[in-house]
Design a protein around this ligand. Sequence first.
Ligand code: ATP
Length: 502
Amino acid sequence: MNTPQTPAAGSPATSLQDIIAHAKEYGFVFPSSEIYDGLQAVYDYGQNGVELKNNLKTLWWKAMTQLHDNVVGIDASIFMHPLTWKASGHVDSFNDPMIDNRDSKKRYRADQLLELKAEAYANAGDEEKSTALLQEMGRLLGDNDLEGVRNLIIAEGIKDPVSGTDNWTEVRQFNLMFSTQVGSLAEDASLIYLRPETAQGIFVNFLNVQKTGRMKIPFGIAQIGKAFRNEIVARQFTFRMREFEQMEMQFFVRPGTEMQWYESWRDTRMKFHQAVGLPADKLKFHIHEKLAHYANAAVDIEYKFPFGFREMEGIHSRTDFDLKAHQELSRKKQQYFDNEVDPATGKPYGNYIPYVVETSVGADRLFLAVFCNAFTKETVGEGDQQKERTYLKLHPALAPIKAAVFPLVRKDGLPEKAEEIVKSLRSEFRVIYEERDAIGKRYTRQDLIGTPFCIAVDYQTLEDNTVTVRYRDTTEQIRIPISELKAMIGQEVSMERVLEKM
Ligand code: ATP
């Protein structure tokens, strides 16, 4: 058995470049339309990536709708009536401030340039300067003082990393929504948007679900779906894409109780991330000082990516902003009748527009966090035998393939026996059969995609119906009867065990 010496799961030494290369090489994530040199900030999930992503989505779905009997799911369309985005504020204010450097012709997000500067102050130990800069930026953006933002960039001595100059253009607001047209004839075609968030599909269905499901407040509606944003600067792999997937839940509550629910969902969501295997010291809360126009409290759950702590999920107390805006624009009442008795008045709470607590996590950012955390390089063996080993330390419940079955040699009935085992497990888990190359190479191939168990069939198997099972993380091997495989693997890969930790 090899003894791991330098465990380095997702260590700071792991660069994003290593992650991107591994994701591509082993069928997790490919650049979109790569044969045409790709499309910036758009990616495709490969044969292993889609399994990992689906497992994450399934766990989220179960964590929301199965663990909470007052949360139900929907699947709304990507296209919505254009007034939806007027009501939500996206038409008028879903903007990012952009700035160009005249020498390099590169485009940046003005707020991100300032945030990077603030991060540099903080890293140098000057928290005060860092906070002051963020506050000043918040004030200027809040006042829509774009000239002030440009002056601040120059005053802070921020230079374009490409050209090294501060030859900046003015700052302009740029709307992030993609638009297109519905209707076949030019004259009756009308402008519609690709949704920039899934949340609005939930808001416009609030009463449909409440009435048909006879839901009582508090209750939640969950949804997984694509969202589209024309991000100005899209770097950092699947962290910031122009087409991505969100997993959102809107929780409708009685006004005045929102802070209690906000706190409880914040903690529930943190537990989720730990249960899927992200370590506590790589996760933290980041409370928003400056709140969006619709929120009265907001916190991000940040994960320590190879490029630093960044937002993975947002938990927002959105008040009645959205439902109220939809009520005004659609002229359809978005109220709920609460027949519970208010102890203060002795009368039912009656009609009101519910307040909303939202949890919103990007499936792709969660995928990236889990992938970065799993990517492990370690030195194994002693002396001359030392070598580097790379594997994906994925939680077995998330692994794309749960077990690989190998015949030791390609003769004497071993392949048939191995095929038999695959057949007996296949309806329960994703299992594959592998006979090419030496057995060591086969183990390595499975390590690289995170398969937790490798089952080897040898001559002893033919005599006593036992096999060896090799554990991915320790490379330890045990011998067990074939009849015990299903229960043993089943226990390790079960989502139930992950959900129980939440
Ligand atoms: P950021 O500040 O990073 O742009 P945001 O605050 O605009 O993110 P929200 O609008 O709160 O993000 O969206 C909720 C979640 O959706 C985010 O926490 C993130 O996980 C995901 N998300 C948002 N934009 C993108 C994107 N361009 N690519 C991938 N995931 C995204």
